[in-house]
Design a protein around this ligand. Structure first.
Ligand code: SF4
Ligand code: SF4
Ligand code: SF4
Length: 378
């Protein structure tokens, strides 16, 4: 979940500087937890009644004030998210205001509400990118996973309207048991439409929502998760997948001197050092998968809130087992995942340890099938 992955190379240079100087350059604004769909693995969605009972949505004026404050704090990149942001009654005004203030704006959407009117709106004032979730390759899968029996057709109509207008799109796919069998078809859909796709085979437990564990029927088995990771990497790396497999197995088999590490700090991503997330209540959190540390931005500026969050984050350390782990280079663990899996910020996720072992085992099998022997270099 990287707010800044849409940046071009010059912008990435600015982001690296911001990271070093701890300037909050990227923000995700979670405008609402409401959605027109109801996905089984969703950690954000709430009913309208629950939203009202927790104080209701922020007003557009609240968001305008937050935008002013974000600009003063040095924020440049904004990702508007939800729930489903197009479901927000004031989305167009908030979006246009952010664009007119000079923010580089991207939007996360499930794409099923996209019609001609929305596509014309976006073409007039184009976002940096629309990140559109793909949940399956048929209406049947959308019904099973998202409770929307027309979801795939709606999504596809949206994609075609946006493509006709040359609006930049990236597809994101979260895999669950309900759409696992559609994985190849979803990748083919992306390729047929000449669109980039990112596949997340690891699904977080519901730590943020209610501290409960994601029901196992909504999460892939380790075997499925690993197969999906390898299938996706084969697609991304093409012929270089073999080199990647070789390097991964090599580093695990022999003693390799890896580049010296940064000191042990809780976060290995940009969260809390140059990016932040504002949830639908106006609370700042490091990323959308976490509930802590949390700072109310409605009575403080973004700059002040970020300072408080940074101080809290500086106290976090990862478990030494992870910090010193030889498999860290292939492990998909992060602070949010550690918290979600173990209930602690310095825990060791058994799920991720097992996933790494299985991943390496499957890479070794792949090399054996291609009669490639991993040899120690002198
Ligand atoms: S803590 Fe994990 S989930 Fe959150 S932004 Fe960082 S990598 Fe993504
Ligand atoms: S489309 Fe996204 S926000 Fe809506 S229910 Fe599904 S996962 Fe949640
Ligand atoms: S979760 Fe396990 S495999 Fe991953 S870095 Fe920590 S100890 Fe290593």
């Amino acid at each position: 979940m990287n707010i800044l992955d849409m940046a071009n190379s010059f912008e990435k240079h600015i982001c690296d500087k911001a990271d070093l100087l701890k300037i909050p350059i990227g923000a995700t604004l979670e405008l609402l937890p409401l959605c027109n769909m109801n996905c089984k693995m969703c950690y954000v969605r709430m009913s309208y009644e629950d939203v009202i009972s927790q104080g209701g949505l922020l007003t557009k004026e609240n968001w305008f004030t937050l935008l002013d404050s974000a600009k003063d704090a040095g924020t440049l990149f904004l990702l508007l998210s939800g729930g489903e942001p197009l479901f927000h009654p004031d989305f167009k005004e908030i979006y246009s205001k952010a664009k007119s203030m000079g923010f580089v704006v991207s939007v996360n959407t499930n794409g099923t509400l996209m019609n001609k009117e929305w596509a014309d709106f976006f073409v007039l004032d184009c976002p940096r990118r629309l990140n559109i979730s793909i949940y399956g390759a048929s209406n049947k899968t959308y019904e099973l996973l998202c409770d929307n029996p027309k979801g795939f057709d709606q999504f596809d109509t949206g994609i075609q309207l946006l493509k006709e207008r040359n609006i930049p799109i990236k597809l994101s796919c979260s895999l669950t048991p309900q759409n696992y069998d559609d994985l190849e078809k979803m990748i083919l859909y992306a390729q047929k439409n000449d669109l980039p796709i990112e596949v997340a085979s690891y699904m977080f437990p519901f730590h943020r929502k209610d501290n409960s564990v994601l029901k196992s029927e909504n999460r892939l088995t380790l075997e499925q998760e690993t197969n999906a990771r390898i299938l996706y990497e084969k697609m991304i790396y093409g012929e270089q997948f073999t080199d990647k497999a070789y390097a991964s197995v090599y580093c695990n088999t022999f003693d390799v001197e890896l580049p010296s590490k940064a000191p042990n700090s809780g976060f290995t991503c940009r969260s809390g050092s140059s990016t932040y997330w504002i949830n639908w209540k106006g609370e700042m959190i490091p990323c959308g998968m976490m509930n802590h540390p949390k700072v109310n931005t409605l009575d403080k500026s973004i700059q002040e809130s970020f300072q408080v969050m940074k101080e809290e984050i500086s106290k976090i350390k990862r478990a030494d087992t992870c910090y010193l782990c030889k498999k860290e280079y292939i492990c998909q663990i992060c602070t949010a995942a550690t918290l979600a899996e173990t209930g602690k910020l310095d825990g060791v996720s058994e799920h991720h340890c097992k996933a790494c072992d299985l991943y390496l085992e499957k890479l070794q099998q792949y090399l054996d099938e291609h009669q490639i022997k991993v040899k120690e270099e002198n």
